[in-house]
Design a protein. Structure first.
Length: 131
């Protein structure tokens, strides 16, 4: 990764949620791109590389579950990108649907920033913290 910031894609149709996420992530040193629906998330993942995608589950045009499936069907390297589900539907069925669609993790809204940053931390940093 070197000196460049990790690139995060935020897919969320709520502009207030998106602005808040951008402010918090940029303050933590991430480079953030925002799209307002799953279709745009799939399209940008075809032309740009991201270190992680924060995917709202319920969006217009194309929801997060369908968008995740399409990203997973795509070409490398984005097919293997970390996708974190963000949703206000914090129940077992939604969590299961997210994992079955190919998402790596699940965070309920409102998102607890410390939990999100822990999921986004590079693997080497996680190992170093355990020691």
């Amino acid at each position: 990764m070197g000196m460049s910031a990790s690139k995060i894609l935020v897919a969320d149709d709520n502009p207030v949620n998106a602005r808040l996420m951008v402010a918090l992530l940029e303050r933590s040193g991430y480079e953030v791109t925002v799209v307002a629906d799953g279709e745009k998330a799939v399209a940008i993942c075809r032309i740009e590389d991201f270190d992680a995608v924060l995917m709202d589950v319920n969006m217009p045009v194309m929801g997060g579950l369908e968008a995740t499936r399409k990203i997973r069907e795509g070409a490398l390297p984005m097919r293997d990108v970390t996708i974190i589900a963000l949703t206000a539907d914090d129940d077992g069925a939604t969590h299961r649907d997210c994992i079955e669609a190919g998402m790596n993790s699940f965070l309920p809204k409102p998102v607890e920033m410390s939990a999100l940053l822990k999921l986004l931390a590079p693997k080497s940093e996680k190992v170093a913290r355990k020691r």
